[in-house]
Design a protein around this ligand. Structure first.
Ligand code: PMP
Length: 571
């Protein structure tokens, strides 16, 4: 029997909407799409069941309460425990990890050690950093090679002073699974060690086995395994949950409250103060039903072969274009690959290639991937030693992806590289003395005269290459928030004229910056006010043809310029 990817995908209605018919969604590590049954269950909850759980004896409240407890039972099975009181509903993995770190303060005293790996998502690092500071503990890194933590080397760092080991079952940058059978070895030698497992990235790709793995805590977010956003799961060994102080206090988690004191209930509800996201829990129930219908073994096999195919195709691309490098490997991988660009391989005179440009290009071709550090900065700091890059382009698969998706992705990347390498040499002079870019050879009329959007887009990309690198303005003060690509702008006023220095790695944003500079550089505030940007954008078809992420970058720059001029004029 083979896995029917097409049928599986047909259960996810996002893909059959007109605007998404050609979408190739490869950002599943960030969030997955939702099956129709999950969407229906959320609507159905509001149509037929909406009452506040635990709070009243009327029919609707009873129904909601029963629903929550039934989903808790399903959640226990999904997490791999027999006791539903060991499963807490959270808002997601981040909240779960914060609840755990807060609750374990009593277990950690001065001089104790908390072991965390370099690969952790910030959600599984920051709570431990805070706990370590509060309790004067030491944060110890797990040994790793090439950024990949090596749990086999645990004995080098675990000792009598170790209180907690917090690690992910798979990194959201590398995708390689951790050998969880080692937890039992650690617990055997050091039973006092509390093992916290971040299962966020594996939950969609393999069955969770909290009790079998012998971890003490485990967290995940429903939105990463076809469930709704706003709900997550925390598994906690009952002996810890019984005595841990809750992070949030308030309604419904108390046994008794007097004016000056309160006693909390035992069990999962102790950690669920206030009203939970009940519609999301209803959706999660439907999500567990959906999982029940899947042949997980078959699905896992399919994902594995798809992952090997992805790596095979990407490796071929990397061989053909040596500036592309894979920082992750296919063995024991949950379907995630991360690429970086090494511009030292770029031919002399050819323009540098930037990942942000590549991601925008892919978006333009209806392929969703993710560029950045993926909330794992310490991992990138270790990877930078080997690869010299502090961000990557991540491709993350799941069972609704196909071999065709991978072919289209690789074809688009190749097309992007070919197009970029054909472009004329970059004006790579570095501006160090705050001189503005010389754009005197650019004629704005060329842009209006372009016969097609393709031609206009080409002009913008060519203009982008006229902007020089300005490392000295790449500081927080000048960074423009709200752009997917990193962009910096430094305004300068000389007498009544305004000048702007702009820098970014994304070539099309550079082109759009050149357009802004042609409009505004060296102008007075009255001249700047007179430019009808909306009309020009309409005439040039920018809104229609540029992706929202590119328009966001453009608009954020425009707002910065206008605000600066307004403030300068009115002060
Ligand atoms: N841990 C890992 C490994 C993750 O990938 C993520 C989400 N990217 C989180 C934790 C945090 O999940 P959430 O934002 O749903 O709380």
């Amino acid at each position: 029997m083979t896995f029917d990817c097409q049928y599986f995908k047909s259960q996810f209605p996002l893909f059959s909407q007109a605007e998404n018919k050609h979408l190739i969604y490869l950002d599943n590590a960030a969030t997955t799409q939702k099956p129709q049954s999950v969407i229906d269950a959320i609507t159905q909850f509001y149509l037929t069941q909406n009452g506040n759980a635990e709070r009243a004896s009327h029919r609707l409240a009873r129904k909601a309460t029963e629903m929550v407890e039934q989903v808790r039972q399903q959640a226990a099975a999904f997490m791999g425990t027999t006791d539903s009181q060991e499963v807490v509903f959270t808002s997601g993995a981040t909240e779960g990890l914060n609840i755990i770190a807060h609750g374990l303060a009593g277990h950690c005293t001065e001089g104790d050690e908390i072991v965390v790996s370099h690969q952790e998502h910030h959600a599984n690092l920051l709570p431990w950093q805070r706990l370590a500071k509060q309790q004067q503990c030491r944060l110890i890194p797990l040994p790793d090679s090439n950024g990949q933590p090596d749990l086999e080397q645990w004995y080098q760092v675990v000792n009598e002073r170790t209180r907690v080991i917090a690690l992910s079952a798979a990194s959201n940058v590398l995708g390689v699974t951790t050998n969880l059978s080692i937890i039992a070895q650690i617990k055997e030698r050091f039973p006092q060690v509390i093992v916290v497992l971040d299962a966020s990235q594996i939950a969609c790709h393999m069955p969770l086995q909290a009790q079998q793995w012998q971890c003490d805590f485990m967290v995940c977010s429903a939105h990463k395994f076809y469930g709704p956003t706003g709900v997550g799961l925390l598994y906690g060994r009952s002996s810890y949950l019984a005595e841990m102080p809750p992070l949030h206090v308030g309604g419904e988690m108390v046994e008794t409250v007097t004016f000056s004191d309160s006693r909390f209930v035992r069990g999962a509800k102790r950690f669920e103060a206030g009203t939970s996201s009940l519609s999301a829990i209803a959706g999660l129930g439907a999500c567990f039903d959906f999982w029940q219908l899947q042949d997980r073994k078959l699905m896992q096999q399919y994902e594995q072969t798809l992952t090997y195919y992805l790596y095979q195709q990407l490796s071929e691309l990397c061989q053909q274009y040596p500036l592309l490098k894979l920082v992750s490997t296919s063995k024991n991988n949950i379907g995630l690959a991360t690429l970086i660009v090494d511009n030292s391989f770029t031919q002399k005179q050819a323009p540098s290639i930037h990942l942000a440009d590549m991601a925008l290009w892919l978006d333009e071709h209806d392929i969703a991937v993710r560029v950045g550090n993926h909330c794992a900065q310490p991992l990138w700091q270790s990877l930078a030693n080997h690869y010299g890059s502090d961000k990557g382009l991540r491709i993350s698969l799941t069972a609704y992806n196909s071999y065709d998706d991978i072919d289209r992705l690789c074809h688009s990347i190749e097309h992007f590289l070919q197009t970029s390498q054909l472009e004329s040499p970059v004006a790579s002079s570095i501006v160090t003395d705050h001189k503005t870019d010389d754009l005197s050879t650019l004629d704005i009329q060329d842009l209006y005269d372009a016969k097609s959007w393709q031609q206009r887009f080409k002009i913008l990309r060519r203009w982008g290459q006229c902007l020089s690198l300005k490392p000295e303005i790449r500081i927080d003060q000048y960074q423009v928030k709200g752009c997917e690509a990193e962009v910096w702008i430094k305004p300068i006023q000389q007498q009544n004229r305004f000048y702007f220095l702009i820098d970014t790695d994304a070539n099309v944003i550079k082109g759009l910056s050149a357009l802004l500079l042609l409009w505004f550089n060296g102008k007075t505030s009255t001249q700047i006010d007179k430019v009808d940007v909306d009309k020009a954008c309409r005439q040039l078809g920018l809104q229609k043809h540029l992706t929202p992420s590119r328009m966001n970058g453009f608009n954020a720059l425009l707002t910065k310029i206008k605000t600066y001029v307004d403030v300068a004029v009115n002060s």
